[in-house]
Unconditional design. Structure first.
Length: 198
């Protein structure tokens, strides 16, 4: 209810939304992070970025490859926008695999830690959450289901850099792919609570 000429007037939620400044968007936002923006971890890292040809004049596959028996890791960092709500995040992996005959399950994991201005980068990652997906066709692209909520370690604050670590968990019972899993990238899903970074 608002007053118009001293008289209470009912307004709808849509009418209020129509008054919001153009470009004011809050809620879930997706941030694509492709493999070319990630690096193998200095300790226990996955293979370096590889390019696999498909057919002539067709898209190449650029991926980081993760072993079928040993856990391997890659990292990336994001200077988070101020409009991030400093809360949990989720992710969806984008991946493929080379030729194999049976068993196509892969378990991808993501974890993160926030570092503020003047803090050490030598900080422990938070608890990882997973996305389990099943392939089946050589050189097909698969997008895994959205993970559970990932709590970012540290004390997330506006303007923080968040360091992420992604890895395959070949020890998980659902990870059955007998060849390297090729990570093309991830879709990181965050929540924003402001329309800009002011």
């Amino acid at each position: 209810t608002v007053e118009q000429g001293g008289v209470p007037v009912q307004v709808t939620a849509q009418q209020i939304a129509d008054l919001a400044p153009a470009g004011t968007v809050t809620g879930r936002q997706e941030i694509p992070i492709m493999a070319s923006a990630m690096t193998p971890s200095a300790s226990g890292g996955c293979a370096s970025l590889a390019t696999v040809a498909t057919s002539a004049s067709h898209p190449d596959i650029q991926s980081l490859d993760f072993d079928a028996t040993t856990a391997e890791y890659a990292q990336f960092s994001i200077a988070m926008p101020k409009k991030w709500d400093e809360g949990t995040v989720t992710f969806k992996p984008i991946w493929s695999h080379a030729s194999t005959t049976t068993n196509f399950g892969v378990v991808w994991n993501l974890q993160g830690v926030a570092v503020s201005d003047g803090e050490t980068v030598d900080a422990a990652f938070g608890t990882a959450q997973s996305s389990t997906d099943t392939g089946g066709n050589t050189n097909y692209e698969y997008i895994g289901p959205e993970s559970s909520a990932i709590t970012i370690a540290g004390s997330p604050a506006a303007g923080d850099v968040v360091h992420f670590r992604v890895y395959r968990d070949p020890t998980a019972g659902s990870d059955t792919l007998a060849v390297d899993a090729r990570l093309h990238g991830i879709v990181l899903i965050v929540n924003v609570d402001a329309g800009n970074d002011a």
